[in-house]
Structures are given as C-alpha cells and as structure tokens.
Design a protein around this ligand. Structure first.
Ligand code: HEM
Length: 418
C-alpha cells in the first residue's frame, strides 16, 4: 500500500515553492507527521495554508526561535513579496494581522501586555479557585444525570463549557451575549458549526462594541472595565483597535486551547494503562497529568509567525531577512533529542518534564496559570466523580480537529460508568 507520510498524502508542491512539506490540517496523525518533520531537520521548509515558512521542529530549535533577538512577531518584517503570494483569509492571516500584544515587540509589547499581566499572575488566578470549582461541580452534576452506560462526548459536555464560562466571567461578558459571542468566536477559531466569514467577523466586532459600551455605562470588576478605564484615563495608551484586539485575543486564546488541554488529558488518562491509578492512589498529583499532557499532546500544533529581521543562521540553516518561522509546539513536546526514550510515552512518573507548550520568553502565555488551574480542578473533580470512566471508542478512530493550529480530537466519547 501507500507509504504513510506527509509527502504521500500531500504531494510536494511545484517549483514555485520548491521542495516543501505541505502541512495537512486534516492529517489523521499529527504526531507521525511531526516525527517525519523532525527527521528532516530542526528547521524545515513547509507550506502552511499555502504560506511558505520555516518550521522549528525540535525542542532546542524552538527554544532558540522563541527567544531569538533577530526574529520578530511584528508583521512589518514579513517580506512583502512572500506575504503578497500568501492566500488571504486563512487562520494564519488572521493571527498575524491582529493588533494585540501577540504581534508587538519591545516597548509596544509591554504597553499592550502589562495592563493585563496583573490579572493573570498565579496569585490572582488562585483566587478564582472557588469559582472554577463551582462551575466544574455544576457541569459534573449535569453529567451525573445522564445514563451511565451511554457514550457521552466529554469535549462537548465538559471540556468546552468550563473554560468558556470562566473566561467570560473574567472578561465581563454579560450572560445574555455569551452564546452568540461564543458561536462567533468558535467560527473564527475554526472549531464550531458556523463558518468563518467577513460577515461573522463584522458581527463579532459589532457585538464586542456593544458589550464594551455596556461596560462603559455600568463598570464592573472585570477585564473589559479595566481596559476601558486605562484607555480613557491614560489618554489613549490603548487605541480602540487595540482594545478590541486584546479582548478578542483573551477570549479566543483563552478558550480553545484550554478545551484541547482538558480533552487531551481525559483521552490520555482513560487510554494509557496505569496512569489513572497513579492519580487515584495519590502517587502523582493532578498537576503532573496536566504538565505531561501539555508536553505529550500539546493543545497547539503549529503557531504562526516570527520573521527574520535580517539575514541570520539558526542551527546552520541560513534564513533570509523577511522569511517567516512557524513554531511546532506539538513536535517539540515529543522530541527524542530532548526527552529521550520517554518522548513518545505518556508517563506521569516522569512528569513534570519541562516543556514549551506555553511558549517561552517575552510572549510566554499570559494565561498559563489560569489554564493550569482550570485543568487541574477539572480533572481531579471529574475522576473523583467518575472513577470508572472508560473510552467509548478507540483513540485512533476519533476525528482530529481540522486546523493546523489546534491539536485535539473533535469528540471524546466516554462511558461514565457509575
Ligand atoms: C500566548 C499557549 C491558554 C492568553 C501563548 C503562547 C502559547 C500559548 C504557546 C505563545 C505564542 C508565541 O510565543 O508564539 C496556550 C495554551 C493554553 C493557553 C497551550 C491552554 C492550555 C491561555 C489562556 C489565556 C491565554 C487561558 C487567557 C485567558 C494568551 C495571550 C498570549 C498567549 C494573551 C499572548 C502573550 C504575548 O504575546 O505576550 N499561549 N495558551 N492563553 N496566551 Fe496562551
């Protein structure tokens, strides 16, 4: 039969882009693709959604890329000719054009990030524990009403609503707008039923504007109120555009990634023999399951984009000024060069193995303490309530997300088995 592989499913592109791995958003086996990418080198030419880029595939090279002084997230460094030949309207395009902290550097980056930073410190986030626990318990009570011997989709019924309610409350989204806002942002993040489109974008912007106006009239203890106050008090330290982009970033970045983390952790724990026992017996803490999932099954597959600000060399590979680099988070997490024989094994006794799933350096994930706390509370409460949970389908039969950005499955059917 066909040799499996990136190349065989996706023929090499033609002369226009040279010999490149074509990253396949619908790939049935991301980790096998990544093994092949790493075998091709630490920095590999790829095409992602039609965009030619370098892919940083190993732990060491990804770490170099995330902290390199001559790689920048600022869009103005992307070579105009390369950018012009990239298709518009892709997920990559949307991420690299947003005007949030994600795509700023230096002083500008500090200006956009620092107003949000205090809200996400481990200490401040720890204060959310009772609230997160209450939301979790409510979801578990609902699960307990379901027939114990029929498949339940844990992504839909548990992993999805939990971070959504937490981040909505933190940001200050009125309950009346939550459903529509989430439907729209799911479309933008390419995980929902609705397709992303200019209409969806327009409506999302309009709705955010309405919510911001409501908060302006009746301030609360939430991040939107903080940002509005800052914008108005400090003489426009944030532009209106930046205010929108920040809220949208928190909303989208803070949701789908955490859904993937909780889904992937449940999948690993019910499928890899012996692991759940280590948690139930107290030999390993739930935080170890969170960290090992982040490493072994990173919620983010590939993330755009950094650009060479001048001609540079990384691990012996020359990069021309203006060329973009893609971060392969899931690949770095299984790099045998970093993790040895342990790389492909989900094993809580080896955790916590340091990983790069939240990035590194100035852009290190702002929401990492929140994501960690949510996942830890979610998993410990879930397996306390349903100690006999087991898979309702073999993991290799679950459909993967159809996007280059996220790494998870579209469903996670289980038998709760009380
Ligand atoms: C940045 C991963 C959850 C907000 C990042 C980056 C990664 C990441 C890898 C760095 C991107 C880069 O340097 O190129 C994750 C994962 C999550 C998660 C795996 C869940 C498991 C969250 C949550 C929030 C959040 C819950 C907020 C509520 C952000 C923001 C940035 C960011 C604002 C941009 C930081 C900057 O540019 O300075 N995230 N994230 N993330 N994340 Fe997260």
């Amino acid at each position: 039969g066909d040799a499996p592989g990136v190349e065989s499913r996706c023929p090499m592109s033609g002369a226009a882009v040279g010999d490149r791995f074509v990253l396949d958003p619908a790939s049935p086996d991301l980790h096998a693709d990544n093994d092949r990418l790493r075998a091709a080198g630490p920095l590999v030419p790829v095409t992602a959604e039609g965009v030619p880029a370098w892919a940083a595939t190993t732990y060491a090279t990804l770490l170099t890329v995330l902290t390199h002084p001559n790689l920048s997230r600022e869009l103005r460094y992307w070579s105009p000719s390369a950018r012009a030949s990239s298709p518009p309207g892709t997920a990559i395009d949307r991420i690299v054009t947003d005007t949030s902290m994600l795509n700023a550097e230096g002083e500008d980056h500090r200006r956009l990030r620092s107003p949000m930073a205090t809200a996400f410190t481990p200490r401040r986030v720890e204060q959310l524990r009772p609230k997160i626990t209450a939301i979790t318990e409510r979801l578990i009570d609902r699960l307990a009403q379901l027939p114990p011997d029929e498949p339940v989709d844990m992504r839909l019924e548990f992993a999805y609503p939990l971070p959504r309610e937490v981040i909505s409350e933190m940001i200050g989204i009125p309950p009346a707008h939550q459903d529509e806002l989430h439907e729209l942002s799911d479309a933008v993040a390419q995980v929902g039923a609705l397709e992303d489109s200019p209409q969806v974008r327009g409506r999302l912007h309009e709705l955010l504007g309405q919510i911001i106006d409501e908060r302006r009239d009746s301030p609360g203890e939430d991040l939107i109120t903080d940002l509005i106050t800052l914008r108005e008090k400090d003489g426009g330290r944030l532009s209106n555009d930046e205010l929108y982009a920040t809220i949208e970033l928190l909303f989208i970045a803070g949701h789908v990634t955490t859904v993937n983390l909780i889904t992937n952790a449940i999948g690993a724990l019910i499928n890899v023999p012996g692991q759940l026992d280590l948690l139930r017996s107290g030999q390993c803490p739930y935080s170890a399951a969170v960290e090992e999932t982040l490493r072994w099954d990173s919620p983010i597959a590939y993330f755009p984009m950094r650009y060479a600000v001048r001609d540079i060399e990384i691990d012996g590979v020359p990069l021309r000024a203006g060329e973009p680099v893609l971060a392969c988070f899931a690949s770095a997490g299984r790099d045998p060069g970093q993790y040895g024989e342990h790389a492909h094994r989900f094993d809580l006794t080896n955790a916590p193995a340091p990983h790069l799933a939240f990035g590194h350096g100035p852009h290190f994930c702002l929401g990492a303490p929140l994501a960690r706390l949510e996942a830890e509370i979610a998993l410990s409460a879930l397996f306390a309530a349903f100690p006999d949970m087991r898979p309702a389908a073999p993991p290799e039969e679950l459909p993967p997300l159809d996007t280059l950005l996220g790494n998870s499955t579209r469903t996670m059917p289980v038998l709760l088995g009380r």
